[in-house]
Write a protein that binds this ligand. Structure first.
Ligand SMILES: *Cc1c(COP(=O)(O)O)cnc(C)c1O
Length: 400
């Protein structure tokens, strides 16, 4: 129920300012600099008629926290401001956001055209939707205009894209996909988790919906599981009244508060993630025991030009292959001291994982090979430590 009309000054504010101020007005909350946590399940109506009017949508006012909660709403307004969307929605996890968006936008008989790779649980959900609800999908590398056009079927109702794609860091040209999709009248949904809105804003490139696992860079501190979606008011309101409210994977007020807090430092953190990753990619490239480095900020990266055009920075993820076997890769991981072995990404701590046996273990080996995920490929989520210390750890582990 908060003011949706922004002043002209607010509309032209820069990202670094929006990420701190948007969605919250302290003077409307007793002057509290930090936003209050409305830790309540339900809201009291002043009288029976008011309750009737709120349910009928004739009166502004909160009803029940699964439908709307002031702290959660502050976060929804903030992500909308950052992604340049009309409206944002918050969910209990990234997957709750993905499933609410997908289920709310397609029906039985429809086809979803996906980028070459998608997050593992999204892959699982797509299979589930195919088996149980008759919604088909296909994966397609979207390297050129012809390829994208040829992959669109009469029943294609949605294009679902990740860029960069985990863990090979392959990019999809979002502007190109959006332009072609527009001709066919098909909405484009982008999982923007890897870049965060600080580095990539798909709606500005013509895409329709953005999804985030807020668990990652938006939170930044490894202490929340959460999801966000943003898009047009019409579509987000539809999702809010259907799959968000009725499936009910909503975010708790406390998690929304932690995210509002974490997101204030997103630009500063992201700058460090990017510069640390750029230094480490350079060092990795020079090391004789590293056979391949995949990093969008590396001038030798196959899609370096697209990365420079589409993203405002390379991000903090690097994948690399070490010489040898799977066992050598595991020995290397076990020799690390500072760097933690864990999935997830975007935290202050540098994390490393082995896609072939962890995040992509469920992908059949042939498919994994076709996607470029070898047994010696490792994915590093570069943290905020001094890059020299991260490199020293990698170097000592490579030498053991
Ligand atoms: C982690 C992740 C998800 C799932 O988010 P959860 O918050 O773990 O539910 C979806 N997409 C991408 C790209 C992710 O990295």
């Amino acid at each position: 129920m908060m003011e949706e009309i922004q002043s002209k000054q607010e509309r032209s504010r820069k990202f670094e300012t929006e990420v701190i101020h948007s969605g919250y007005d302290a003077l409307k909350h007793f002057g509290s600099l930090a936003p209050p946590i409305f830790q309540t399940s339900t809201f009291v109506f002043p009288d029976a008629q008011s309750g009737e009017r709120r349910f009928a949508g004739e009166e502004e006012g909160y009803i029940y926290s699964r439908l709307q909660n002031p702290t959660v709403e502050m976060l929804e307004q903030r992500i909308a401001a950052l992604e340049k969307a009309e409206k944002g929605l918050a969910f209990g996890s990234g997957m709750a956001a993905v499933s609410a968006v997908l289920m709310g936008m397609v029906k039985t008989g429809d086809h979803i055209l996906c980028s070459e790779g998608v997050y593992g649980c999204t892959f699982g959900l797509l299979h589930f939707m195919q088996e149980r609800f008759g919604v088909s999908h296909s994966f397609q590398s979207m390297d050129g205009e012809e390829q994208i056009r040829a992959a669109i079927r009469p029943e294609t109702a949605l294009i679902y894209v990740e860029s960069p794609i985990n863990p090979t860091m392959k990019l999809v040209d979002l502007k190109l996909v959006a332009e072609i999709a527009k001709e066919f009248g098909i909405p484009v949904v982008v999982d923007n988790t890897f870049s965060s809105p600080y580095l990539q804003r798909p709606l500005e490139l013509g895409c329709d919906v953005v999804i985030h696992s807020a668990t990652k860079y938006l939170c930044g501190h490894g202490d929340v599981i959460g999801g966000l979606a943003a898009g047009s008011k019409e579509l987000m309101s539809h999702l809010s009244m259907t799959t968000q409210k009725d499936i009910g994977g909503v975010m708790s007020p406390f998690d929304a508060w932690l995210l509002l807090r974490g997101m204030k430092t997103l630009p500063v953190r992201m700058d460090r993630h990017c510069s640390n990753a750029a230094e480490l990619a350079k060092q990795l490239r020079k090391h004789p025991r590293i056979s391949k480095v995949l990093f969008p900020g590396d001038p030798e990266f196959a899609q370096y030009t697209l990365a420079s055009r589409q993203m405002d920075g390379p991000g903090g993820l690097i994948s690399f292959e070490i010489c040898g076997t799977k066992e050598d890769a595991q020995r290397f991981m076990n020799a690390l001291e500072l760097i933690k072995i864990a999935v997830s990404l975007g935290d202050a701590e540098t994390l490393i994982q082995h896609p072939a046996t962890m995040t992509h273990a469920v992908v059949p080996p042939e498919d994994r090979a076709a996607m470029g995920i070898s047994e010696t490929l490792l994915r590093l989520s570069v943290g905020l430590e001094a890059w020299q210390d991260i490199w020293a750890d990698i170097e000592q582990a490579l030498n053991t």
